[in-house]
Design a protein around this ligand. Sequence first.
Ligand code: PLP
Length: 382
Amino acid sequence: MDDQTKAPLTTKTLVAQTPGARERITGAITQPIHMSSTFLRDPDNRYPAGYVYGRTDNASVQQAEDLIAKLEGAEEALLFGSGMAAASSVLLALEKPTHIIASKVMYWGFRSWLREIGRYGHRVSFIETSDLDAVRAAVRPGETGLLWIETPSNPLWTITDIAAISEIAHAAGAILCVDSTVATPVFTRPLALGADVVMHAATKYLNGHSDVLAGALAFAADDQATARIRQIRATHGMVLGPFEAYLLIRGMRTLDLRVRAAAANAFELAQRLSNHAAALAVLYPGLPHHPGHDLARRQMIGGFGGMLSVRVRGGEAAAIAAAARVRLWKRATSLGGVESLIEHRASVEGPSSPCPPDLLRLSAGIEDVEDLWRDLDEALRG
Ligand SMILES: Cc1ncc(COP(=O)(O)O)c(C=O)c1O
C-alpha cells in the first residue's frame, strides 16, 4: 500500500498492509528492527532525525504505535512494556489527589493495584459500572477525575455502556479510560463512543501469539495530558523494546482474522455449553440471557469476543477437577492467543475477588471448534 493513501481503510486491510511497513532504502515490505539504543548527534549539535535515546524514541515502537492509533481512530498511541505499565502510567499522570471510579469487575491485577492507590493520595470507588445510576451516584463533583472501565470485563464479561459513561465522566470534568483488551479494535472503537483513552494489554489479542508482553494507550487527543504520560513513560523507563514491537506488528497483521475466528469459536462453545449438564451457568455477552447482551449487540460491532466463562455444577472442587482433565485446552493464565486456554480463575484472584469459586475462564483460540468441544465436553463429564 502506498503510505500516502488517504482513503479510510477497514481494520482488516489496515492490519494486513501495516501502513508505513515499506522500508525506503531497500524497498523491503517489512521494516527492519531498529535495535539502536542511541543516535548520532550532528556536528551542529542537533539530532537530524529527531531520535536521541531508546527510552524515548524508537522507530520500531513508533511503527507499531502508528498502526494502533489508526486502528483505534486515535490522535496518538503509546506502547509500554506491559498492559500493567500502560495502565499505571495513567495513574502516575494524575496531577493531584484524585477520586477514581473503577469497574467492580475488572482484571484482578489492576484492581489489586488500585486498591493500594490510597498511599499516593487517590481514592477509588469500585462500582458496578454496568449500572449507570450507581456510577452517577458515585461521582463526587470537583473530586472525580478519572473513570476506569473494562468492557467486556474479566471474568464475568460484564458490558459497560461506553457512550453513557463518557457523558457522565465529561459532565463531571473527568476523563474516561477504557480497557478494551477483550473487545479489541475489531469489535469496539471506544474513542468513537466518547472515551478519552483506550488501554490494551497488547500481550493478549493485539499480539495474539502468547510470546510478547506489551501494553498500549490510544488517545483521543494529543494534548498536554498525553504529553505528560509520554514523559512519564520516558522518565520511568516503561517503553516497549524494539524486538517486542516488531513481534507485535507481526502479530497484528492477522488481528482481524484471529479475533473473528476466536469469537466464532467462543460463540459456538457458549451455545453448546449452555445445554451441558455440567454447566450451572455460561457467561458470554453473545448469549441472549447475558445481562449485557442487548448493549453488547449495539456496542460491539460484528462479534462478542473470544472470552467466555462457565460455572461448573458441583462448586470449586468440580471446576478444578474439570480443568485438570483437559488434554487439548491449555491450563494457563492469560488470554487472546491463537491457542485455547482454560483457567480456574478464583485460584488466581484470591479471596477479595468477585469471581465465583466454581468459575472456569475460557479463552477460545482459533483451533477447530469440534476438537475444542470434544475436549471440553469430556473434561466436564469427568
Ligand atoms: C483485561 C486486562 N487488562 C490488563 C491486563 C494486564 O496486562 P499485562 O499482563 O500485559 O500487564 C490483563 C492481563 O491479563 C488483562 O487481561
